[in-house]
Design a binder for this molecule. Structure first.
Ligand code: ATP
Ligand code: MN
Ligand code: MN
Length: 380
C-alpha cells in the first residue's frame, strides 16, 4: 500500500487571508491549501492532490501550470510541493470535482450499487492516481553501475513494509487516541532498512531467493538465513545498489548478532550517512549507520512493543532512533496544528529534523508529523 495521492474529500472550512482579495484558505482534514476565492464551499466535495503528486503535462487540465512544468523520469509535468504564501502554508492542490468525469463515473456507479452514504465511505478510501496518470514524484538516484541489470527480489512477504500515515490524513486522531500513550521518536531522513534472520527450520525459508554459491556469503549461517532489504527490495549481498545497506550490516555484525538470537525476526531502522539520500542530517563523510525503530516478530506476524524494540537495540549493541519520551497524545498536542509545531526541531547533528514519529505503546498504530519548515527547505 502506498500513499493515496488523489482523493475525493469534503472541505472542512474556508478561511480568509488577511489583505488578499483573490485567494483564500481551504481546510481539507489536517491540510491547508490556498485556493481561488469563491471556488469551493464548506462541506462540498473536491478532488485533493497531495504534495509529491506529479501531474502529467499531457493532460490539458494542467495547462494552467505549464510555466512551472519540470522534466522528471522522462516526462514533462508539474510536481506539487509545499509552499508558503502570505505567511500561510499551502499544501496540495484542490480541484473542483466536476472537472473529473473519470471520478464522477466511479462515484455514480458506487452510489447505484451501495446507496449514497455507503458510496461516500468507499470513495473516501479510493485513490485516483491511475485514471488521471498521476505518479508519486520521487528523487531519482542514478545508482545503476552500468553492469548487468538484475530483476529485483521483493521484500519477503513475511515481513511488513515500514510506513506511517501523515497526521494530516487522520481526521479522527484526537477523538480516538488522545488518552492513549505513544512513544515519540525523531524521524530521520535516510533510507528504510530491514535486516532479518530466519532459522533453517522455518517453513518460510523456501520463499527466499537463492544465494549465489560461487561467492563467499554472509547470508548463509549455520542455523539459518540472514538478509538485508531496502524498503521494497531484498538486496543481494553482491548487489551494487545494496552496497551501503550490506556495508552497514557487516560493520554492525548484524548477521551473527541476529543468528545468536536464534529466532525468526526482522529489525527495521533508518540507514543514514554521508552517501544516503542528500545527507540532510549532516553525517561526516564516509560515516554510515543504522538507527533501529522497530522489531518485527516473524512468527507472530506483528511488531513488538516499542519498549521491547528499545531493549533489542541495547541487547544488539546498536543505535536506536532518538526517543523523546512516552506521552499521552492529548498531553503533547490538542490538534494536528499542535503536532506539526511539535515536529519542528533539531536532529542528531543539530540540523533541522524531518519530523517525529508517534507509535502506540502496544506497537500497532503509528503515524508521522513532518516538519513544514523541513518540507519548505528540502521539499523531498
Ligand atoms: P512518503 O510518505 O512521502 O511517501 P516515504 O514512503 O519515504 O515518503 P517517509 O515519509 O519517509 O515515507 O515515512 C516513512 C518512513 O520513515 C519509514 O519507512 C522509515 O523508513 C522512516 N523513518 C525514519 N525515522 C523513523 C522513526 N523514528 N520511526 C519510524 N520510521 C522512521
Ligand atoms: Mn510513505
Ligand atoms: Mn523517508
Amino acid at each position: 500500500m502506498g500513499r493515496k495521492l488523489v482523493t475525493v474529500r469534503r472541505i472542512g472550512a474556508i478561511k480568509p487571508i488577511e489583505g488578499a482579495d483573490r485567494i483564500e484558505i481551504a481546510v481539507i482534514d489536517g491540510w491547508t491549501c490556498i485556493v481561488k476565492k469563491g471556488q469551493f464551499v464548506v462541506d462540498g466535495l473536491a478532488v485533493f492532490f497531495e504534495i509529491d503528486s506529479f501531474l502529467p503535462g499531457t493532460d490539458a487540465r494542467w495547462a494552467f501550470l505549464e510555466k512551472n512544468f519540470i522534466d522528471w523520469n522522462g516526462q514533462r509535468g508539474f510536481r506539487i510541493k509545499s509552499m508558503k504564501m502570505r505567511g500561510h502554508m499551502s499544501q496540495g492542490l484542490l480541484e473542483p470535482l466536476e472537472d473529473f468525469p473519470e471520478i464522477i463515473g466511479v462515484i455514480k456507479d458506487l452510489e447505484a450499487a451501495h446507496g449514497r452514504s455507503e458510496a461516500e465511505k468507499i470513495v473516501r478510501g479510493l485513490s485516483f492516481e491511475e485514471p488521471l496518470g498521476v505518479q508519486k514524484w520521487e528523487k531519482m538516484y542514478n545508482t545503476w553501475d552500468g553492469g548487468e541489470k538484475k530483476e529485483n527480489v521483493p521484500l519477503p512477504a513475511f515481513i511488513q513494509r515500514t510506513d506511517q500515515e501523515r497526521c494530516q490524513n487522520l481526521p479522527d486522531l484526537f477523538d480516538e487516541w488522545k488518552d492513549e500513550v505513544f512513544q515519540e521518536t525523531t524521524k530521520m531522513d535516510g533510507s528504510s532498512m530491514t535486516a532479518y534472520f530466519l532459522r533453517s527450520d522455518s517453513d518460510k525459508t523456501t520463499s527466499l531467493p537463492e544465494v549465489d554459491s560461487s561467492v563467499p556469503q554472509t547470508a548463509l549461517l549455520h542455523n539459518g538465513r540472514f538478509g538485508v532489504c531496502s524498503r521494497q527490495v531484498d538486496l543481494g549481498e553482491q548487489d551494487k545498489n545494496g552496497r551501503y545497506f550490506w556495508e552497514v550490516a557487516k560493520q554492525l555484525d548484524l548477521a551473527n548478532k541476529l543468528s545468536r538470537l536464534d529466532r525468526n525476526i526482522a529489525i527495521q531502522g533508518e540507514l543514514c550517512g554521508s552517501s544516503i539520500q542528500s545527507n540532510f542530517e549532516g553525517f561526516p563523510v564516509g560515516i554510515h549507520d543504522f538507527f533501529l525503530f522497530s522489531v518485527y516478530d516473524i512468527d507472530k506476524q506483528k511488531y513488538t512493543r516499542p519498549k521491547e524494540a528499545e531493549a533489542m537495540a541495547r541487547k544488539l549493541g546498536i543505535k536506536h532512533v532518538h526517543v523523546e519520551g512516552y506521552f499521552r497524545l492529548g498531553d503533547i498536542a490538542t490538534d494536528i496544528q499542535g503536532l506539526l509545531e511539535r515536529a519542528e526541531g533539531k536532529g542528531l547533528h543539530g540540523k533541522k529534523r524531518e519530523g517525529i514519529v508517534l507509535k502506540h505503546v502496544d506497537g500497532g498504530f503509528t503515524f508521522k508529523a513532518i516538519s513544514n519548515s523541513y518540507l519548505l527547505k528540502h521539499g523531498e
